[in-house]
Design a protein around this ligand. Sequence first.
Ligand SMILES: [Zn+2]
Length: 132
Amino acid sequence: MRVREEQIRLDCDKSYPCPVCRRGNLNAITLTEAWGCNDCQEIFEQKTANTIKKLTAPYPHQASWQWTGKSWERQRPQMKPDRVRRAIGAIALITLIWLALTALELVNIPLKIGVAALILIVLTIMWIGLRR
Ligand SMILES: [Zn+2]
């Protein structure tokens, strides 16, 4: 169960166990909204009242943790709606191609003509999709 943010807040005057190395302690870095580990030197950005995000990782899905009051809970990166839409589109396209190839086998259309028709269909779908 996710802990409600209003209940537990990170206190700048306290230190917390490091979620990465689990040996060191996180302390607030003065005049910033960041926390640093005194063991592994990892730096975390404070996202919300009780959530921190690893600052040094350059990838879009940076690791983040939520303080539950006793320990850190790893948070899963959330997929952007745009990526979900693209993933669904790719799956639909693969399914369509597979169904079309299966249909070609059933009606005995020569493979060259079938593949050419399929490429034409896919290009038409992509053209329609790009027009929006
Ligand atoms: Zn550490």
